[in-house]
Design a binder for this molecule. Structure first.
Ligand code: AMP
Ligand code: MG
Length: 343
């Protein structure tokens, strides 16, 4: 039975996705107030809409959100020289580091995703991300040669990181540069959502740089309807999802790229070649309860491409939308888990 039978007022032009294996949203208590917050962090914009219980002021929510974003940056931003991750990246070969909670959680998840994806996700690609001009060292206008590529590849490899789960410590094997850009935004969304839950909110939509997580219903009783992101110029029929107890993340080649000699080089690196992915995927969108997992999976599926990615996603019952092609036309492929959510 659909949780949200009232589809009135939705654009007729869109297909509608309803998650079905979840509890009904809580009834809104009396006296809740709707708040909207927004700002910039982590090189992107963020926004929060939340229904807060009586007595929780807008400023309180704003301070909570800011504290979580600050924490993610302090622990995991490779753009800040004094962050935890930057210190780890500079640390001596063979040194062990006790990690703060957020850093540990993300590294643990990133290494698990690396193992599960056969290395398609690799949180140690910092040197390659910089080599191709997508990292904190900034853009450059030449392509790397084979010698530079081999040198950067030799410095990558998630298997070389030692993780002591009992002590929540990690070992820097020497010259490894962690890069959490493929997973940290999603983690930050989860962290902010958890802070809203802890503050007593029963309904919210959190968004950071296009990754979102939602729970519950709005003041009008409607769920948080979110349009799945599509590449610019794609005029295919859109999809709206009721984001209740669910998060969504998109990896798109249009989000960060450069063009050289008529070719597009986008920011997802295939660890098998050390080069930006070469297939014609324009975007991959993943739905998952945890935004951190959705974010990492969107990167994994972008590396694998539609054919391999579809097999990977089917085996794990992942809800994903692949959009391939370009200006001359886009094609979409849905996993069975996503198709099963169509109304
Ligand atoms: P996303 O936007 O989540 O797809 O993440 C892309 C970012 O993740 C890039 O800008 C890189 O910093 C980093 N990255 C690129 N390729 C990979 C990969 N294969 N595994 C993990 N992170 C990656
Ligand atoms: Mg990602």
């Amino acid at each position: 039975m659909a949780l949200f039978p009232c589809l009135d007022g939705l654009p007729m032009s869109h297909r509608v996705l309803i998650p079905h294996d979840m509890e009904a949203p809580p009834v809104l208590p009396a006296g809740v107030t709707a708040h909207r917050l927004s700002g910039a962090a982590m090189g992107t914009s963020w926004s929060v809409q939340a229904l807060a219980p009586q007595g929780v002021a807008r400023d309180t929510l704003a301070a909570l959100v800011q504290a979580k974003l600050d924490r993610v940056i302090r622990e995991m931003s490779t753009w800040k020289a004094d962050s935890g991750i930057s210190r780890f990246n500079r640390a001596e070969a063979g040194s062990w580091h006790s990690l703060p909670d957020a850093f540990y959680t993300v590294l643990d998840a990133a290494l698990s995703m690396a193992a599960d994806s056969g290395g398609a996700f690799d949180p140690t690609l910092g040197p390659l991300v910089d080599l191709w001009g997508f990292g904190p060292e900034g853009r450059h206008d030449r392509l790397p040669d084979a010698v530079m590529l081999d040198a950067a590849r030799a410095r990558c490899g998630w298997q070389r990181i030692g993780l002591d789960r009992a002590r929540r410590s990690a070992r820097q094997p020497g010259a490894i540069r962690l890069d959490f850009s493929g997973i940290a935004k999603g983690y930050a969304v989860d962290l902010v959502a958890q802070a809203l839950r802890d503050a007593g909110c029963v309904s919210w939509l959190v968004e950071i740089g296009g990754e979102l997580s939602g729970l519950g219903v709005k003041s009008d009783g409607q769920p948080w309807w979110v349009a799945l992101e599509r590449p610019p110029g794609d005029d295919g029929q859109g999809m709206l999802v009721a984001l209740h107890g669910l998060a969504i993340a998109t990896s798109g080649d249009y989000r960060r790229y450069f063009d050289h000699d008529g070719r597009r080089y986008a920011h997802t690196i295939d660890p098998r070649s050390g080069r930006p992915v070469t297939h014609d995927l324009a975007s991959v969108t993943v739905l998952h309860r945890q935004c951190m997992v959705a974010d990492a999976l969107a990167t994994v599926l972008t590396v694998l491409g539609v054919d391999e990615g579809m097999v990977f996603a089917r085996e794990r019952n992942i809800a994903a939308l692949f959009i391939s092609g370009g200006a001359s036309g886009y094609r979409e492929s849905m996993t069975p888990a996503l198709a099963g959510m169509l109304e």
